[in-house]
Ligand binder design. Structure first.
Ligand SMILES: Nc1ncnc2c1ncn2[C@@H]1O[C@H](COP(=O)(O)OP(=O)(O)OP(=O)(O)O)[C@@H](O)[C@H]1O
Ligand SMILES: [Mg+2]
Length: 267
């Protein structure tokens, strides 16, 4: 039996590091002995391709599962090298936003398919698209243990978070009262600029203790890894980007009361 934690990585702002966090946090949770499933609910399928899976060559994935055409276990891929499982996104997912509207329980379909399999895993990380549409709403309603919000350390970092908070509150009210923010992750931090330091302070002022201490720096290696279809833990385990995601994984494990195995100290 796994821990069965389900976290959804969300921010409707594009390019803030959601997918990079899903893949690399997931990879280090796996490195530290956890059984991890990444769920790609973004029609862009970036998490899928970051893990070296060609979305055009696979038979199905999140879409088939959401519309009820296939049982979830038949659609999950496993990569033994990365120790990661993946529910992939295929081109068909682009139509789901509209097709889901007419289906019963349209906001809860992802939650319903994950619920019976959650205990097979320790961590399920859901990678959302940059929108607050029905796919993201499914991601939020499935976020049994909370949401992780990556925030890019740049000008206007907090812009749009008010809208995200409103959506969260609306879902709390109408669909899922237990929904909560599990943490805010600062990404793409550039230590050479005063601006980045100012953004960190501002985000900490607004979100307080909800901000993870581990900050992800801007790292060329993190940006390169996807084109090789590898998580950073395999592509460049000695890079600063790798160290930061290892630290983030440890921080999450410790606050989830999971023992981090000392024999598997990252680098
Ligand atoms: N810490 C980092 N250092 C350098 N580049 C990064 C870092 N994090 C992410 N990137 C790069 O920035 C781009 C956006 O990151 P990513 O795809 O993770 O964001 P996203 O929030 O998932 O985007 P989208 O909203 O389109 O889904 C990618 O090219 C990625 O490789
Ligand atoms: Mg993404």
């Amino acid at each position: 039996m796994g821990l069965g934690k389900i976290y959804t990585i969300v921010n409707q702002k594009g390019g803030v590091g959601k997918t990079t966090t899903a893949i690399n946090l997931g990879a280090y949770l796996a490195y530290f002995g956890q059984k991890v499933l990444i769920v790609d609910i973004d029609p862009q399928a970036n998490a899928t391709s970051c893990l070296g899976v060609d979305r055009h060559t696979i038979g199905g994935g999140t879409y088939e599962v959401l519309i009820g055409a296939q049982p979830i276990l038949t659609q999950i891929l496993h990569n033994p090298r990365f120790k990661l499982s993946l529910l992939p996104s295929t081109p068909a997912l682009a139509g789901a936003e509209i097709e889901l509207i007419d289906l019963p329980n349209r906001e809860r379909r992802l939650a319903q398919v994950l619920e019976p399999i959650a205990s097979r895993y320790d961590y399920i990380l859901i990678d959302c698209p940059p929108s607050l549409g029905l796919l993201t709403v499914n991601g939020l309603v499935a976020a049994k243990d909370g949401i992780l919000i990556p925030v890019q350390c740049e000008y206007l970092a907090l812009e749009g978070l008010g809208q995200l908070t409103q959506t969260i509150n609306r879902i709390k009210y109408s669909l899922f009262p237990e929904l909560e923010i599990r943490g805010v992750i600062l990404t793409m931090y550039d230590g050479r600029t005063n601006l980045a330091a100012d953004v960190v302070q501002e985000v900490q002022r607004v979100f307080g203790k909800q901000v993870f201490e581990s900050v992800v720096p801007r790292s060329i290696r993190l940006a390169e890894a996807p084109s090789y279809g590898m998580p950073i833990s395999v592509f460049a385990p000695d890079s600063t980007g790798a160290h930061s995601y290892a630290a983030l994984a440890k921080e999450l494990l410790i606050s989830d009361d999971v023992q981090v195995p000392i024999t598997q100290e990252a680098n």
